[in-house]
Design a protein around this ligand. Structure first.
Ligand SMILES: Nc1ncnc2c1ncn2[C@@H]1O[C@H](COP(=O)(O)OP(=O)(O)OP(=O)(O)O)[C@@H](O)[C@H]1O
Ligand SMILES: [Mg+2]
Length: 259
């Protein structure tokens, strides 16, 4: 346990003995174990990189942390309930609790964007800010308040799109026809625009050129500085070396052979 000024510090994320398997129904119910007894803590200001060979379960763990996949056993404790130090166990949480935490404190940048058809790129990202705005979500905001919030959200998104070198001509278009790298930048903007407490990054730089990879490195560095906790998968070693405070290999530790 981490101690600061003599007091224990609760990690933002604490994964405790998580195991998970997939059942392959089309293969006669074959059981495929993927995660075995995985434990890790991530504190504010840390970026932990998951490493290990392809197929090891890195993306699967990310989806468990985001609450998209259930687990067989173990706990996934995330700080960020409504009360100051309230902790939610993603392995036990209801769908409502998971969605509420995602809205306020949990962001996930996957490699591919799942954009709603016909919504312009600016609004795909601005929506993330509006969802997290407690005063709007309370339900008593009038049209003028919504319009003002939308204008200021779009302004913030425009600044981020400019940093990410997303051509201005694309901002008002739906991202469905964007190139892989353009879609990924919209996705990154959606992940970083709202200062979430826990950020999950699955190959955030996979389709980016060197200049934009550098912007993502800066965004991660800034998020660390404001105290966000991050878990990332970075196949690009240069990016990983630049941002990771620690690497964790998901492979089960080898059984020690007797001397
Ligand atoms: N929804 C699913 N149903 C069945 N099997 C799955 C499912 N998702 C992943 N798997 C299997 O679980 C294993 C781990 O997959 P996962 O995508 O987590 O690996 P990874 O470590 O992220 O690999 P990579 O580095 O290639 O992205 C693989 O063998 C994969 O085939
Ligand atoms: Mg993966």
């Amino acid at each position: 346990m981490r101690v600061m000024n003599g007091h224990p510090v609760t990690p933002v994320l604490s994964v405790q003995r998580v195991s998970k398997h997939f059942t392959l129904h089309l293969r006669g119910g074959l059981q495929l174990p993927v995660l075995q007894d995985v434990s890790l803590d991530v504190h504010a200001g840390e970026c932990v990189a998951l490493v290990g060979p392809s197929g090891q379960g890195k993306s699967t763990l990310m989806k468990c942390l985001y609450g998209s996949y259930g687990v067989d056993s173990g706990r996934i404790l995330v700080q960020g309930g409504h009360a100051a130090h309230e902790v939610l166990d993603m392995a036990q949480a209801s769908a409502h609790e998971v969605l509420d935490l995602r809205r306020r404190e949990l962001a996930y940048v996957s490699q591919f964007l799942r954009a709603v058809p016909r919504v312009p790129a600016l609004d795909v990202v601005a929506e993330r800010l509006l969802q997290a705005d407690a005063s709007l979500q309370a339900g008593d905001a009038d049209d003028a308040a919504w319009q003002q919030a939308l204008d200021s959200a779009r302004e913030r998104v425009a600044q981020l799109f400019t940093r990410l070198n997303l051509p201005r001509a694309l901002w008002e278009l739906p991202p469905a026809t964007f190139s892989g790298g353009e879609q990924q930048r919209v996705n990154i903007a959606r992940g970083f625009v709202q200062p979430a407490r826990l950020l999950l990054l699955d190959e955030p730089t996979a389709s980016l050129d060197a200049a934009n990879r550098q912007v993502v490195v800066q965004l991660i560095t800034e998020a660390k500085a404001r105290g966000a906790a991050m878990v990332g998968i970075f196949h690009d070693e240069e990016v990983r070396d630049a941002v990771a405070t620690r690497c964790i290999d998901l492979a089960p530790s080898p059984i020690e052979s007797p001397a």
